[in-house]
Design a binder for this molecule. Structure first.
Ligand SMILES: NC(=O)c1ccc[n+]([C@@H]2O[C@H](COP(=O)([O-])OP(=O)(O)OC[C@H]3O[C@@H](n4cnc5c(N)ncnc54)[C@H](OP(=O)(O)O)[C@@H]3O)[C@@H](O)[C@H]2O)c1
Length: 353
């Protein structure tokens, strides 16, 4: 009797999982707005044009209401598509552990994992930098985040550097926990949204959580790049491939939230002016910005270079294209030693929880 019940439970569990169908599964973090939302749009558009290459989209969001709105908006555009909401706070290791456990129960593979959610925390905007940059380095004015003064020493409730936890470590834990599901897909890709502001000079291997440094965002994006490359040495043997991308400069909430309505609008006008004057980074719309993510998701793997970062760029009249370039001063030993530190950190959390 007991054995029969056990078998019945096992069968029910199997039925709850989404069957491996013709659909590929794409999990996008930070999918309710900006670039994450546009990645979802691009994959759904792709599915509508290529019925044999259909994606089920998992919107990985921390806020249920925002996620529902995003899902409704996507369904309005692509009515018959497969879109699920999965709630996760990528800055909390505990939340990621729970999230991964739930995900494993419901799905059996992941083809594309977009590590996209991110924050750029701000204490205040230094308006005086603008005229200074305009005179000394006008390109920097429209491509850099120097005017956003970031907090130093902010920690999460779990004691991690805030930006590090959200922009990198949460995703790293996710990859660690979901490795078998990625391997089950056959040829899975992990695609990170980095930034063109990622700088080697802002990375300090000792303070890798950037708790003491003044540019946690730029540091987190440089770490994103080197982790993305280094992961390949570990995951390629399981047919999982990792790539890093950047969206150019996009007018999304990540910056405009700090500027307010009027300055946000002025910023956009500035971006368009800079684009007309030839600044190729000014992609401005999330649809343009998500182009490099889309290219890396859909190009044959043999056409992609894991040592390069794929960036979205625009012509002055707005047509989007991509370029790939070597990651600034990548050092394999340094990157592998960082992976080891992150693995140790995961172990500490596992022991605690
Ligand atoms: N915009 C640019 O010019 C630019 C340039 C370079 C790189 N990027 C990168 O692009 C990525 C997407 O940013 P975006 O420009 O599209 O800005 P965005 O519209 O603000 O999107 C950020 C997304 O991340 C989510 N998120 C933030 N913290 C989270 C957490 N702890 N758990 C789960 N989700 C969280 C946000 O959710 P909520 O809505 O709930 O806050 C939002 O959906 C980021 O990694 C950013 O660094 C952007």
């Amino acid at each position: 009797m007991k054995i029969l019940k056990h078998k019945k439970r096992k069968k029910q569990k199997r039925q709850q999982k989404q069957p491996i169908s013709s659909s590929k599964i794409a999990l996008i973090t930070g999918a309710n707005s900006g670039i994450g939302f546009a990645i979802a749009q691009r994959l759904l558009y792709h599915s509508s044009q290529n019925p044999l290459d259909k994606y089920r989209i998992l919107l990985g969001c921390r806020n249920e209401v925002k996620a529902s709105k995003a899902r409704t908006d996507l369904l309005k555009e692509y009515p018959n598509s497969l879109i699920d909401i999965v709630i996760v706070d990528v800055s909390s290791v505990n939340s990621i552990f729970k999230f991964c456990r739930k995900l494993k129960k419901k799905y059996d593979h992941i083809d594309l994992l977009f590590c996209n959610a991110g924050i750029l925390s701000c204490v205040y905007v230094d308006w005086w930098i603008f005229p200074h940059q305009l005179l000394s380095n006008p390109k920097e004015l429209f491509t850099d985040t120097k005017s956003i003064i970031q907090p130093v020493g902010n920690l999460t409730e779990e004691g991690l550097g805030e930006t590090f936890a959200c922009n990198i470590f949460g995703h790293y834990v996710m990859i660690h926990q979901l490795e078998d599901m990625l391997a089950a897909a056959g040829h899975a890709r992990i695609i990170w949204t980095s930034s063109c502001t990622a700088r080697r000079d802002d990375y300090n291997p000792i303070d890798y959580q950037c708790i003491e440094g003044s540019s946690p965002y730029e540091s987190s994006k440089y770490i994103t790049d080197i982790i993305s490359v280094a992961l390949n040495s570990r995951l390629n043997q399981r047919n999982i491939f990792s790539f890093t991308t950047h969206p150019g400069v996009v007018a999304t909430n990540i910056v405009s939230d700090h500027l307010g309505f009027v300055m946000g609008k002025l910023m956009k006008i500035g971006f368009y002016t800079a684009r007309i004057l030839g600044l190729k980074e000014e992609t401005i719309t999330a649809w343009n910005g998500s182009y490099s993510n889309y290219i890396v998701a859909t190009q044959p793997i043999e056409n992609l270079n894991k040592y390069h970062k794929y960036g979205s760029y625009v012509k002055p009249w707005g047509s989007v294209y991509y370029l790939d370039e070597l990651i600034d001063r990548y050092n394999e030993n340094e990157a592998l030693s960082l992976l080891k530190k992150l693995d140790d950190l995961i172990l500490e959390f596992k022991k605690k929880h």
